[in-house]
Design a binder for this molecule. Structure first.
Ligand code: SF4
Length: 257
């Protein structure tokens, strides 16, 4: 897409790595991390995405640390070209993951980006906080799958947006595009909260597994759950949901982005 009216979007980084979260953990993907977020989760590991940086960081070759730094906002056409350049040899990556920040702050750009990435032969994955159903409706046809969060207050430090989650999940379920619902859990997460969340996910997005992701230690965030507490949380969730998995952030174990 190019020419007048073609969207531009603030980008933090474009890079090749392994998917570190959820059911597709270990899959090689191109990550398109868009800038800006309207949430402030206590455990956030990408606070650098909150402002719009003057320039994006765009990896040039998949096995190389070399970056380019184009000015922001980037035209979607340039972003697609950067992804195509990175997917060499063609097909090295199974998918492109549009992440953030919160990518649904830029629905027009995501709606343009999705089909162009698909045309490169990539499955289009969207990672979202699951709290912007109006924007999700605008991009639903442009994505192949999404992993919405379920923001637990005990881990995030802010009230769970139940109504927005409900709308988002129902929309993804109707389109059969929910890959998983992800809930970050902490040592402070009560059993009752995780049970409520599991029942909620089972009711509104029954086709998707619920992934409990143990919080990774971070200053200012609640402490990570112990192994024993994770087992308790899983037992409580499993009583309400047919498919509950515990998957840690594997990219951090591997030391990749
Ligand atoms: S939604 Fe994601 S990027 Fe935004 S504050 Fe929460 S963890 Fe950070």
């Amino acid at each position: 897409m190019s020419g007048p009216g073609a969207p531009s979007v603030p980008v933090l980084e474009v890079f090749s790595s392994f998917q570190g979260e959820g059911p597709r953990v270990g899959e090689r993907q191109v990550f398109v991390r868009l800038a800006r977020c309207d949430l402030r989760c206590a455990f956030c590991d990408t606070p650098e995405s909150y402002p719009t940086p003057d320039t994006a960081r765009v990896q040039v070759a998949p096995d190389d640390e070399g970056d380019e730094h184009p000015a922001n906002p980037m035209p979607v056409a340039d972003l697609v070209a950067a992804v195509a350049r990175l997917d060499r040899p063609r097909g090295l990556h199974r998918a492109a993951s549009i992440t953030g920040g919160e990518p649904l702050l830029h629905p027009k750009a995501v709606a343009a980006l999705g089909p162009a990435l698909r045309a490169l032969g990539l499955r289009v994955h969207l990672e979202t906080g699951g709290h912007r159903p109006g924007a999700l409706a605008q991009v639903l046809d442009a994505i192949d799958e999404a992993t919405p969060d379920l923001k637990l207050e005990s881990a995030c430090g802010v009230p769970t947006p139940w109504e927005a989650h409900r709308e988002s999940y129902r929309m993804l379920e109707a389109a059969r595009k929910a890959l998983a619902v992800k809930a970050v859990v902490a040592a402070t997460t009560p059993v009752a909260e995780v049970a409520r969340a599991a029942a909620f996910a089972a009711a509104h997005v029954p086709s998707a597994p619920l992934v409990l992701q143990p919080l990774t230690g971070k200053e200012g965030a609640p402490p990570p759950p112990s192994a024993a507490w994770l087992l308790h949380l899983h037992t409580a969730a499993r009583a309400e949901h047919p498919d509950v998995r515990v998957i840690p952030q594997a990219h951090k174990l591997m030391g990749v982005r």
